[in-house]
Ligand binder design. Structure first.
Ligand code: AMP
Length: 285
């Protein structure tokens, strides 16, 4: 596995692969890799000749009171894991190369409508940071296919829209969420949880499962289901940002006649912000 830090070295490597007609799959990450990331890599191997992973803790997607400084940085272990999974190229760019004019003055990419709802309403500018960095990385790696986790479902839809709007010749693939044994979605941020919080953390998934069961049995008062879930989470010591039942294709508020739904939630447990979602198909009316 080659590790490259410099953008011009990336361009040279990518040019070489492209000139010999090789397909490139790309997975952008912030590192501290777990089974969720590794599942994206497995899928990537099935889709392309070469797999590129980037590790970059992107400052522009963190709010000023968020965990940018404390975000777990474990490059050495990550690099070993990537080597073991047969990744061809690890890209570890420097902030000053990706933001040559600083993080405040650089060009930004925004997907209006999608970026300011749900997580975007609670983390202003977060998705602008995400779309901007992913666009930069796409321009450097020029992948044929890029893989994203459904755990970050809003992010996945936003990237799909940006790729479509900006006419990028890239196929975006969503990969199902990998979970711990008790259902908690794997996340680099789970390491912030205390032992007690960790025991309690799967309540988020269980609450989403409960809502989805009720929808499947025909309940259609979505606001009441959301309110009930918020109460359950509060009782379990979570501070929820939202629980919301939406259309899975565009994140519009779910209507009783909609057939392809997703229940999304974000909630804090202590200092850890957890997100999760679950797809659900209500019975036809
Ligand atoms: P991150 O390093 O958190 O930016 O995540 C990098 C990629 O891995 C994103 O596309 C995430 O959606 C994806 N990912 C993170 N956690 C999981 C998980 N538990 N299951 C599947 N994909 C995940």
């Amino acid at each position: 596995m080659r590790t490259i830090q410099k953008i011009d070295e990336m361009h040279a490597q990518i040019r070489m692969w492209r000139s010999s007609g090789k397909q490139i799959a790309f997975i952008p990450t912030m590192g501290n890799l777990h089974e969720g990331h590794l599942s994206l890599i497995k899928q990537a191997h099935q889709r392309a000749d070469h797999v590129v992973v980037s590790i970059f803790v992107n400052p522009t997607q963190f709010g000023k009171d968020e965990d940018f400084d404390s975000y777990p940085r474990t490059l050495h272990t990550d690099s070993n894991k990537l080597f073991e999974t047969g990744v061809d190229l690890l890209f570890t760019p420097k902030t000053s190369d990706l933001y040559p004019h600083g993080t405040k003055a650089s060009t930004r990419i925004e997907v209006p409508g999608y970026s300011d709802i749900l997580c975007g309403a609670h983390r202003p500018n977060h998705f602008i940071g995400v779309t901007t960095i992913v666009t930069k990385l796409f321009n450097i790696v020029q992948p044929d296919v890029a893989l994203f986790g459904e755990k970050d479902y809003q992010q996945l839809l936003i990237i799909c829209r940006a790729v479509e709007d900006l006419c990028m010749p890239i196929t975006i693939l969503g990969v199902p969420t990998i979970r711990e044994h008790d259902g908690l979605a794997m996340s680099s941020r789970n390491s912030y949880l205390s032992a007690n919080e960790r025991q309690n953390a799967s309540t988020l998934y269980k609450t989403l499962k409960q809502i989805s069961k009720e929808i499947v049995t025909g309940k259609r008062n979505y606001t009441a289901l959301e309110q009930n879930a918020l109460s359950i989470l509060k009782e379990a010591n979570f501070t929820p940002d939202y629980v919301s039942i939406r259309r899975a294709d565009n994140l519009a508020l779910a209507q009783p006649e909609d057939s392809n739904l997703i229940v999304l939630a974000a909630a804090r447990l202590g200092r850890t912000r957890l997100i999760d979602n679950i797809r659900v198909t209500p019975p036809t009316i």
